[in-house]
Every structure is written in C-alpha cells, then in structure tokens.
Ligand binder design. Structure first.
Ligand code: SF4
Length: 326
C-alpha cells in the first residue's frame, strides 16, 4: 500500500542534548568507567541504555555515588542545593546543564535580587523546574494551570516577573502569560523568551505537517517533555498524533486509512531511531518520502573548558572537542 511520508526538519537532537551526550562520552574516555550521571542525561531510553552499556551509572540521588567520584549533572540543570551536596561529598562534578536552561536560572537569580516575585510556568515534578525553583525558592511560585494563576498570591502585585520551562507548548505558555498579564499588569518578562529555539522550531514543523498529514508519529520517550508537547501541538492543529519510542511500538493497524504520515522526533531522540522507523515503514508500505523543512538549524554549544583541556592533554576524542568548538 502507498504511503506518503513527510519527514520534519528540524527534528531530533538539539544542541543542548548533543552536548550533554558528548560530555558523558568524553568523560568515559578520559576518566574510564564508571562515571555517575545524576538523573537521565536526557529523557530518552535509547540514549540512556547506550551510555549505560558504555559504563555510565544513572542515579537520582547523590547519596548513591561514592565520595569523590566523577559525577555529571544532566542537561536539565540542578538547584544550588544539589551543587552544595555534591561539594560536601567531594564529587568531581562535570556540568552538562544546557546553556539555555542556565540562562533561565540566571534570570531567576536576577529577578529575585531585584525584589520581584516570579511566576514560573512549568510542569510540577519536572527535573528542570525543580532546578530552576531551587535558585530562589522563597521568591517563586510554580503555575501550571489558569487556576494556579488565579490562586497565586504575591507580596507586591507591582513587582511580579514571569519565567518558563524551556520545553513548553508555545501556545499554552502564551495563554498562561496572557492570564498573568491580566492579573498583574506590568508583569516583567525575560528579555528574550525562555522557550528554547529547538522547542520552537520542532513545534513549527509539526504545525506545518498537521496541515497535510492524517497522522503524525512523534519519536521520543514518554518521559520527554518536549516530545509530549509535539504530540499535543499536532492534536491541537487537528491531526492525529502518537508518541513512539521506536518501531517496536508501531502496528500496521495504527496506520490503517492513513495516506499521509508525518514523522518527527523530540529533541532527545536519536536520528538512528528515526531511520529505524523509516526502515520499518519501508518494509510494510510503498513509501514516498518528502522532507519538510521549516527552518534550518545551526546551533552548537561548547563543552566545559576543563573537560576540553583534559581531553586535549590525554589526546582523547579530539573529534568531540572540535565538534563543540564554536
Ligand atoms: S530542548 Fe532546548 S533547553 Fe532543552 S537541552 Fe535542548 S536546546 Fe537546551
């Protein structure tokens, strides 16, 4: 049976995820296994399993890590309390926090220092939100819903600011910001938006695909915030959409009646899984593939300087160091 497949560009790894994964690979090369990683380095089963097989040990609590061991903080960032705990345990920390998450942390610190109370739009229990909240816990309120905005109390309604998690749906975040502006006219926004370029671009591609596709498959793990948002964006635009970790979760019945299929991948989903899904589709359908490019992305982030220097001294993986030299 014929199947027209639109392949989204951009899709998959963003610069922050690519950097975090390479930091773990480089650390394994320089220090040798095991290296400890606090939380899943990025929210994708395939990535985590691959790094685990190379010698990374993933933990949720620093207490699980032997004193002095090499410890990597995930791309989602950590609170100051976690940094202090790491110092207390004399851990050798390598920070893989995405620079765009760090930007939000710095905004939180600055607003709090200036006496603002901050509304943080985000998802409760998401590790990025926990890290950001930790920067100014007494000056921040998490708002997830319009009801939270209504219920929010602040010491001074003229001194309120708003920040957001980096991976939200742009539409949802805009609704929340509008509600906050109504409640607190004059509320301060960050100088540039907090929702990152990768989230924005992947959602734009899905919006475009939803115009023509009967079904959009989003490749990503259920724990991935930005992948879940892609499914929601597709559905909000009137398309059917499903999140799949890989081809093992696809059944031909799911594609029954589908003539045009969109394929995209969350910012933590590797390209080899996208190709594996395309292979599965080709094995079951007569696929006509068409790229759908919304915007071209050329973003790269440098790796921590100390790690690059250690790699240079050890003569290890210069390719990875060069890849992140901007
Ligand atoms: S999704 Fe955005 S904020 Fe998160 S790691 Fe990627 S670039 Fe950084």
């Amino acid at each position: 049976m014929k199947l027209k497949v639109y392949l989204a560009h951009p899709r998959g790894f963003c610069a922050g995820v690519d950097r975090a994964i390479d930091i773990v690979k480089l650390s394994l090369e320089i220090f040798g296994p095991p290296v400890y990683v606090r939380h899943e380095i990025v929210h994708n089963h395939h990535v985590v399993n691959d790094l685990r097989a190379r010698g990374a040990i993933f933990v949720e609590d620093l207490e699980e890590i032997p004193r002095g061991a090499v410890t990597i903080f995930s791309a989602h960032g950590v609170s100051p309390a976690v940094r202090q705990e790491a110092a207390r345990r004399s851990l050798q920390v390598i920070d893989a926090t995405c620079p765009l998450v760090t930007k939000v942390h710095l905004e939180a610190i600055q607003f709090a220092r200036q006496g603002f109370h901050i509304a943080l739009i985000g998802h409760r229990h998401h590790v990025e939100v926990e890290g950001t909240m930790g920067e100014a816990p007494d000056s921040m309120t998490l708002v997830e819903t319009l009801e939270d905005v209504e219920a929010m109390t602040v010491p001074d309604p003229t001194k309120v600011a708003v920040l957001t998690q980096t991976t939200l749906s742009l539409d949802d975040a805009n609704h929340m910001v509008a509600a906050l502006q109504q409640r607190f006219p004059g509320i301060r926004l960050p100088r540039s938006g907090d929702i990152c370029y990768a989230t924005t671009n992947r959602q734009a591609a899905v919006r475009r695909m939803a115009e023509t596709c009967d079904l959009i498959l989003v490749i990503g793990s259920p724990t991935s915030s930005n992948s879940n948002r892609l499914v929601e964006v597709a559905i909000s635009q009137g398309a059917r959409s499903l999140l799949v970790d890989d081809s093992s979760q696809i059944r031909t019945e799911m594609l029954s009646g589908v003539r045009t299929l969109g394929i995209t991948a969350g910012a933590s989903a590797p390209e080899n899984v996208v190709q594996e899904v395309l292979g599965w589709l080709r094995a079951h359908f007569e696929v006509e593939l068409e790229p759908l490019e919304v915007v071209s992305e050329e973003v790269s982030f440098t790796i921590p300087k100390e790690l690059a220097e250690l790699a240079n001294q050890a003569g290890r993986r210069q390719d990875l160091v060069a890849k992140h030299t901007v």
